[in-house]
Design a protein. Structure first.
Length: 108
């Protein structure tokens, strides 16, 4: 599990808290999250990073909009309540569940 963020991302701590709640709900309480700082547009290009925060499950961004160009920027997620700096917890739980059905979730 990896969380990609830009420096001073205002949603980094919210995303980490969201992941902990989602882990608890799917029984992955010991799951670790590696936070990776994306510090330039070049790094964003190299990682296919579309904004901060980006949650990667087994190296895949389950919320990545198709065809979006990499960007060294903040990210917003469309939610039923409007735009948010993090995806809805139920969507994260669904992504974790789908990933665990396919293969074990990697520790990083």
């Amino acid at each position: 599990m990896e969380l990609l963020v830009v420096p001073d991302c205002p949603n980094e701590s919210v995303a980490l808290s969201l992941l902990r709640v989602a882990f608890d709900r799917v029984g992955l309480t010991a799951q670790s999250v590696r936070t990776t700082l994306i510090a330039s547009q070049e790094q964003a290009q190299d990682r296919g990073f579309v904004g901060s925060p980006t949650i990667l499950i087994n190296g895949i961004d389950p919320f990545g909009p198709a065809g979006q160009s990499p960007a060294y920027a903040c990210r917003v997620y469309a939610t039923p309540a409007g735009l948010s700096g993090v995806p809805p917890v139920d969507d994260v739980i669904s992504a974790l569940t789908a990933a665990s059905d396919l293969e074990p979730i990697s520790p990083e």
